[in-house]
Every structure is written in C-alpha cells, then in structure tokens.
Design a protein around this ligand. Structure first.
Ligand SMILES: *Cc1c(COP(=O)(O)O)cnc(C)c1O
Length: 368
C-alpha cells in the first residue's frame, strides 16, 4: 500500500551537503582533493579543543550532561547574559528546527530571504508552517520589504547576518529600523554563524536586542571559525522566556559530551580565533584578486566564503572543477560559492578555475 505522506513533506527535497572528499576521490580516482564547499575552517580546530578531547573517551559510556552546565556557563559569561538565556544545539541547525517546532502551528508564517540558508525553509515546511520568501536587494536582505510581509500569522523572521550564500551584511541602522517597525510578538532570528569573521564596524549588536528583552534570538556556531563542524555544536542566546519554551521541545542529550568539552576549550582560545581570522583576511584578498583577474569578480563578503557569478552555467563549472579535484558549491544559475581556504588551496582553486574557464574558451573557439 502507498505510504501516506503529507504534501508539505513531499514538497521538500533532501538537503544536498557539500560533497565529501573521500567520495570524490573514489569516484574520480583523484589523489588530491580540496574541499572549499562547506565554509569550514581550513586550520582545523583549536589545539586546546583537541587536547580537551583526548582523555574524554573514558566517559563515552555515560550520557552527556543534559544541562551542559559548564559550557552554558562559559557562553553566558562571555556574552554577559544569564545561563538561563543560553541553549545548545546539535549544531545551530538544530536550534532552527526547535524554533520552528516550538513557535509555528500549521499555516503560521515565517519570513526569510529568497537567497539564504536553505535550512529555514526546510524546518518551517516540515512543521507545516508557511515560508514567506522576500527577494534580496543587491544580494542583501531587504528588511523594509520583510517588515511589510508581516501578517497576523507571522511568528518568525529569519535574518541570516552575514548572509549565506551571499556573504553580505545588513547594518546596525537597518536592523534598528527593523526592530522599531516589526510587531513585537514576531521573533527575530539573528543567524550569525559567521559572526567571528565580520570586520565591518556597521555590523549590528544583535545581542543588545535580547538584553532589552525583545523577542529575538542570536544563533552562533562552533562549526565555522571554531573548526568543530564534525562535532555538531552551536548555541542560541535569547530571553529566559523563549529559551524556556525551546527547552520544552529540546531533546535532553542533544549536545554530546565530546562536543561540550571541545567547545568549552575552543571558546577560551582567542588566539586560535585570531589566527583563523587573519588567514581568512589574507585568503580573501588572494581570492578576490584572482577572481577579478578571471573576470568573475565576487561580491564583497564579511565571511569565510565568496559568492561569484561564473557568467556561464554554474553547474557545468562546478562539475569541471570537480574533475580538477576542487569541490565548491553551485548555488543556482550562474552563481557559485567558494570557501576561503589556506593559501595553497586558494591558489589551486584559482588555477583550476582558470583552466575550466579558459578551456571552455578554447572549446568555443574550436566551434564545440
Ligand atoms: C553553517 C551555518 C549554520 C550552522 O551550522 P551548524 O553546523 O548546524 O552549527 C547556521 N547558519 C548558517 C547561515 C550557516 O552557514
């Protein structure tokens, strides 16, 4: 008998993750594969996080601390909030899901940009909420149109800042105007996965809205600059009330014990964060220059990735790069996203891209 599946679930397609390195090696028989597809830290985790992990195997038969006392305390201290304002997730992805489950009844609306983190739409649809999609302007969130999209059914507004995949930010002034005009009962989700990479002084202090008691939540992750993507840990900071509701839905052991230990150590390693930021700044210059030289300039970014228009079928460019052993991300149409890696990885990417774009010119010249 046919399975009965809700049309909302049928409308979804499985998330396509960045291709794993060993899969590409197997498929194409390549020895060297460079992955610049998932915005991971090319330096890896903090050595302090790795040290915290060794020895942790002695307690793997025990359940983790479900309240994650030490890590939540450390995060609360860092951001000068109460411990009851902090929630952990199995990646900040999980907290996005908890927000949808907790606050959306079927038919409730959640506002988001058209080119943004794809998980928002997935989580909202999975609980039978309605994603309300507002186009970006100049690759940037259009906050005024987002406010205009609010209806009595609106419960959540997702603001990915900096935005993935474009790398752009919205300014403090723009967010101030948003907060002054949006109805107070709409929860503003500040997804700041790339917060630690931002250099622009106009970036807003989203945490200040939480501290004013506004219905807002700030999401951060240990997957990006902290280099712990494989352990799955992120956090949210919000009002005691919102965190309290999320905790009713949160699975009790969602933050595993290894992740808690490593994240605690990583949070205290400012030196590793500074080093990661510095290598990213240098790589950004290298990549921006290289893309400009190939006449496919990128959009100005505040993150560890670049978004650029390949000016031809992006899927074909993506596939040709795969054959060169370089994994990037095809977003859609002619647009690609590439993570800033180590200098040697960036150079290899630029060289491969030149070959791909140049080789294509030769084929066109030969009338293919
Ligand atoms: C990477 C990313 C996240 C979260 O990743 P987790 O690994 O689940 O913590 C959240 N939002 C955006 C925009 C991201 O790019």
């Amino acid at each position: 008998m046919a399975l009965q599946v809700h049309p909302d679930i049928l409308s979804l397609s499985p998330y396509v993750p960045g291709k794993p390195i060993d899969e590409l090696q197997r498929e194409l028989g390549l020895t060297r594969v460079i992955k610049l597809a998932s915005n991971e830290n090319p330096l890896g985790p903090s050595p302090k996080a790795l040290a915290a992990l060794s020895g942790a195997q002695d307690m793997l038969h025990r359940y983790p601390d479900g309240g994650a006392y030490q890590l939540r305390q450390a995060i609360a201290d860092r951001w000068k909030v109460a411990e009851r304002q902090v929630i952990l997730g199995n990646g900040s992805d999980e907290i996005l899901g908890l927000l949808a489950k907790t606050f959306l009844s079927p038919g409730d609306e959640a506002i988001m940009a058209d080119h943004t983190f794809v998980i928002y739409k997935m989580e909202v649809t999975a609980v039978h909420g309605k994603p309300v999609v507002v186009p970006l302007i100049n690759w940037t969130h259009d906050l005024e149109s987002m406010v205009r999209a609010v209806t009595p059914r609106t419960r959540l507004l997702f603001l990915c800042n900096p935005n993935n995949p474009t790398g752009t930010i919205v300014s403090a002034e723009a967010v101030d105007r948003l907060m002054a005009t949006v109805p107070e009962d709409v929860i503003i989700v500040f997804d700041e996965a790339y917060f630690e990479y931002v250099r622009n002084p106009r970036f807003p202090d989203a945490m200040s809205y939480v501290k004013q008691g506004r219905n807002a939540i700030v999401l951060r992750t240990f997957s990006k600059i902290y280099g712990l993507a494989g352990l799955r840990i992120g956090y949210g900071i919000s009002t005691v009330e919102i965190i309290g509701f999320l905790n009713r839905v949160r699975p009790p052991f969602n933050a595993n014990s290894l992740a808690q230990k490593a994240a605690l150590a990583a949070l205290g390693d400012d030196e590793h964060v500074a080093k990661s930021r510095a290598i990213n700044v240098a790589g950004m210059e290298q990549m921006e220059q290289g893309l400009r030289a190939l006449s496919v300039p990128s959009i100005q970014t505040e993150t560890n990735f670049l978004y650029f228009d390949a000016k031809r079928d992006g899927r074909l460019v993506f596939e040709a790069l795969l054959r060169e052993g370089i994994i990037v991300r095809h977003i859609d149409g002619t647009m690609l996203r590439v993570t800033i890696g180590r200098p040697d990885e960036n150079a290899a990417f630029l060289q491969a891209l030149e070959k791909v774009l140049h080789g294509e010119r030769k084929e066109i010249a030969r009338g293919l």
